[in-house]
Each structure stands twice: as C-alpha cells, then as structure tokens.
Ligand binder design. Sequence first.
Ligand SMILES: O=C([C@H](O)CO)[C@H](O)[C@H](O)COP(=O)(O)O
Length: 213
Amino acid sequence: MARPLIQLALDSLDVNQTLKLAGLAAPYVDIFEIGTPCIKHNGVSLVKELRKKYPNKLILVDLKTMDAGEYEATPFYAAGADICTVLGVSGLPTIAGVIKAANAHNAEVQVDLINVPDKIACARESAKLGAHIIGVHTGLDAQAAGQTPFADLQAISRLKLPVRISVAGGIKQSTVQQVARAGANIVVVGAAIYGAASPADAAREICELASAA
Ligand SMILES: O=C([C@H](O)CO)[C@H](O)[C@H](O)COP(=O)(O)O
C-alpha cells in the first residue's frame, strides 16, 4: 500500500512565518495547505507566491466555500491551486459549482465534512457529483471540545467510494499510523508540525511513520 500523502496545514496569518514553515517542512510534505485563516488574511497573492516558489508541490487552498462555489473558487484555481475545499454543509449546487471550476482548470475538489449531520449521505452524493476528495475533519474548535475524526474516518472508509479520503483534526506522531491504516489517503497535520520545537524534525517523523504504517 502506498503511503498516504502528508499535507501541512499552514494556519498562521503571517506571510513570512508561513513561508518559513513551508521551507522547513518542504522536504517531508507532499501538499501545502493554505489554511482558512491564512487564505482569508492573505488572499490569492499567497497562492501565486507559493506556486512560484514550489512548482512541484501540490497546493490546497482551504476556502471552505459555503456559497457561490464556481465564482469563489475560480480565481484560486487560476492562481495555481491544485485543490480547493468546499463545505459539505453548503449543499449540492455549491459543491457542483466548485467541481465545475476545478474541472475547467484540470484541478481537484475536496468536500469537507466538518459539521455535516449526515456524513455518509454527503460523501456519497459528493462522489456522485464528481468530487475528487472527501475530507473527514474535526476542526480546531471541535478538537478543543474533545472531539476526534477517527470514528468518522472508519465510517467513510468503509463506503469504498471512488474518491480519496483526507483526514484532519489534531493528527500527530502517535496517531498518523492509525489513520493511515484506517484508509486515509491524505493525512493533514497542522499543530503537530507548526507547534513543534523543530517543525522540520516533526514533519520528517510524521512522514517516516506514515511510510512504515
Ligand atoms: O483546517 C483546519 C482548521 O479548520 C483551521 O482552518 C486545520 O488546518 C486542520 O484542522 C489541521 O490542523 P490540526 O488540527 O492542527 O492538525
């Protein structure tokens, strides 16, 4: 089994810190995620900057789009995003709009199941629409309230949909192998890398653990 891709969540608002962290972790991660707070603060110019600096990395822009799917996502794909996210709770017309924008740019869409009441139905419908990735996600606030993504990951993985599965929500060294074995194709890591004393060492450890899962 191929190791899951490692996605680094760049969640700082500060561009210099973001670029510094990206540089430190670059040898060990496959996808740079421009996190939602970061993209709201810095906008499309940061996508262009990262694209120029890292032509061979995948870039995910965590738009968490809620409405106007095609209109909102189009400039981010045009700027070089490989993947944009849309919220599952936005509804099928919005998801379809982002898929249309992605297809026009030969790129991909991730549907984020954060706070979706019926995650199974949403994942099935999104896959039917042509979404490429389903994101099982326990957000930062839900994590603070003690929630984890593990049970949802197992439930979505069991569906065997023709999509890749991404998992996010406090993943760290001690849980990366668990989520890889549970069927995650993409493992998102934020705080466990950017909050570490050595982000480069933490990214390397996570990459090595994922490879050995
Ligand atoms: O998507 C995220 C969150 O909603 C803020 O935008 C995080 O980037 C994601 O949860 C990964 O970060 P960690 O949970 O700290 O690993």
